[in-house]
Structures are given as structure tokens and as C-alpha cells.
Write a protein that binds this ligand. Structure first.
Ligand code: G
Ligand code: G
Ligand code: NA
Ligand code: MN
Length: 253
């Protein structure tokens, strides 16, 4: 089991990197974006992330610090891509705790200016299961993020609290993309109820949809047949090291 001091040690040592998974147009295969996923160097030299790492980091009060490092790594990737003329947007995950830190916005602004990032290339993924239940607070923050110019992806959509009142108020949030949670995609095509519900919400709100966790061609075709154009998942690519991602997709990005 993961120990508290292992997390602290990893943060101290900057033992982290971001792996990258492409987001694709499922009709053409074109890469339209990418998600950065936190990995740390394991004892055997491979890269991984314990399933409880983020939760534990939140519990022991270091997620703000770790989240800042993640944002900085993401900005570093975008700055390097700019030098190569790569304009692909990169999605970085935020923890609910991270966005509640009072210094989150000023730090984001200063990272964007220090790394000379055009804000339109940075996408922030906010998980629906985090703190956006507090919609009034979320609205203020998301409006400020909108003013900064970054895009917002609502991650794990359908897993959060989805009462009708919540859904109604969700419409007021400036969200650019909804990511259909993997648990709904993984049961396709046999069980399509949840994908249909979530999809109709996204369509009614006129928000772009991305299906997460697409693993088979059958799922890809079902999603396309149901007007979901964008996807991410092992069928297209597992998360890759930055070098491997750039090697595999250089002619497409
Ligand atoms: O990466 P998988 O790669 O195993 O990620 C496991 C979980 O950790 C997912 O819920 C994912 O959203 C989350 N996660 C991955 N990278 C990050 C990150 O950089 N920040 C935060 N807050 N969560 C992350
Ligand atoms: O919570 P979030 O959606 O950010 O988490 C993304 C997680 O899903 C990461 O752990 C990533 O490695 C994983 N993932 C990405 N594509 C697939 C897939 O096709 N199948 C499965 N099982 N996991 C995936
Ligand atoms: Na995510
Ligand atoms: Mn997700």
C-alpha cells in the first residue's frame, strides 16, 4: 500500500512526468487533442501511478503543490511544442482541491505568461466528481478561467451528482467539452442507456462530446453512428511517454 512519506518523497524529488494520450476524430483518426496523465518513476524504472495516489495526496494536504507541478509540466510541454510548430491543444487534469486554493488563478496566469503559452492551447479537465457540486463557486472560477482564455473539459461526466436541478444549473457553466465517463463506454454496445442519456444532455447543451475509454472498433462505430465524433482510449492509443507520443504522431500534430 502507498505510504504518505512515499508521496512526500516523490514530490520533493520531482519524480514525476506526464504521459500523453491522443484524443481523436473517430471518423478520420485525426489527432485533435491530447490528455496529459500524471506518472511517477517506480522502483523498477517503469512509469506508473498508484490508483490511490491522487486521493492520498489530497488527504495529506499536498495536492495543491502537486497540482501546480503538473500544470507547470503541462506548460513545459506546450512551450516545447510551440517551438516545433505543434499547435495541438493539451488537456491537463485538475483536482477539485487544487482549484479551491486561493492562489490557483494567479499561479495559472503567471505560468501561462512565463512559458509564453497561448491560453487557447491549454485545456483544463475538471472532474465532475470533485467539488463542482458547489455550482456557485464553480461558476465564478470557470468564468475567470474563461477570461484567462483556457478551455474547460468536464471529466467523468455522468458520475457526479446529476439531479435535474443540478443539470439545469450546469447549463450556466462555461464548459467547452464534456467527457463521457469510461464506465458508460465500456459496456457498449450491449448497454447503451447511460451513454444515450449523457449524450442527449451534451447535445441539448450544445457542448462538444468526447467518449473516454474507447477500447474496441465496435464501440468506435457505435459512437460514430450515434453522432459522437471524438474519442479517447486504448483502441487508438494507450498513454505514451512524450517522446513516444511525438514519434508516433509527429505527422498528424
Ligand atoms: O492515468 P490513469 O492514468 O491511471 O489516471 C488515474 C486517475 O488519476 C484518473 O482519475 C485521472 O483523472 C487521475 N489523474 C491522472 N493524472 C492526473 C493529474 O495530473 N492530476 C489529477 N488531479 N488527476 C490525475
Ligand atoms: O479520470 P480520468 O478520465 O482522467 O482518467 C483517465 C484514466 O483512464 C487514466 O487512468 C487512463 O490511463 C485511463 N484510460 C485511458 N484510456 C483507457 C481505456 O481505453 N481503457 C481503460 N480501461 N482505461 C483507459
Ligand atoms: Na482526465
Ligand atoms: Mn476522465
Amino acid at each position: 500500500l502507498l505510504q504518505e512519506n512515499e508521496i512526500l518523497h516523490a514530490i520533493e524529488q520531482n519524480d514525476f512526468t506526464l504521459f500523453i494520450q491522443p484524443q481523436v476524430n473517430m471518423a478520420t483518426g485525426a489527432v485533435v487533442g491530447a490528455e496529459a496523465l500524471l506518472r511517477r518513476k517506480m522502483a523498477d524504472g517503469s512509469y506508473g501511478l498508484e490508483s490511490d495516489f491522487i486521493v492520498l495526496a489530497e488527504e495529506i494536504g499536498v495536492m495543491g503543490m502537486l497540482g501546480y507541478k503538473v500544470l507547470e509540466l503541462g506548460c513545459g510541454i506546450l512551450a516545447r511544442w510551440q517551438q516545433y510548430g505543434i499547435t495541438l491543444p493539451l488537456s491537463v487534469n485538475l483536482s477539485g482541491i487544487q482549484i479551491q486554493q486561493h492562489n490557483f488563478l494567479p499561479e495559472l496566469r503567471s505560468l501561462l505568461s512565463r512559458y509564453k503559452i497561448s491560453p487557447g492551447q491549454l485545456v483544463l479537465e475538471i472532474t465532475e466528481t470533485s467539488r463542482i457540486e458547489n455550482l456557485d463557486r464553480a461558476l465564478l472560477l470557470l468564468r475567470e478561467l474563461r477570461a484567462v482564455g483556457v478551455s474547460i473539459e468536464l471529466d467523468d461526466f455522468g458520475l457526479g451528482y446529476s439531479g435535474l436541478d443540478y443539470l439545469n444549473r450546469l447549463r450556466s457553466l462555461p464548459i467547452d467539452v464534456i467527457k463521457i465517463d469510461r464506465s458508460f463506454v465500456s459496456v457498449l454496445p450491449a448497454d447503451d442507456i447511460m451513454v444515450n442519456i449523457v449524450t442527449s444532455i451534451g447535445k441539448a447543451m450544445n457542448i462538444r462530446l468526447i467518449a473516454e475509454g474507447v477500447e474496441t472498433d465496435e464501440q468506435r462505430r457505435w459512437l460514430l453512428d450515434n453522432d459522437i465524433l471524438f474519442g479517447q482510449g486504448y483502441f487508438f492509443s494507450v498513454p505514451l511517454s512524450q517522446a513516444e507520443f511525438e514519434r508516433q504522431f509527429h505527422d498528424q500534430i
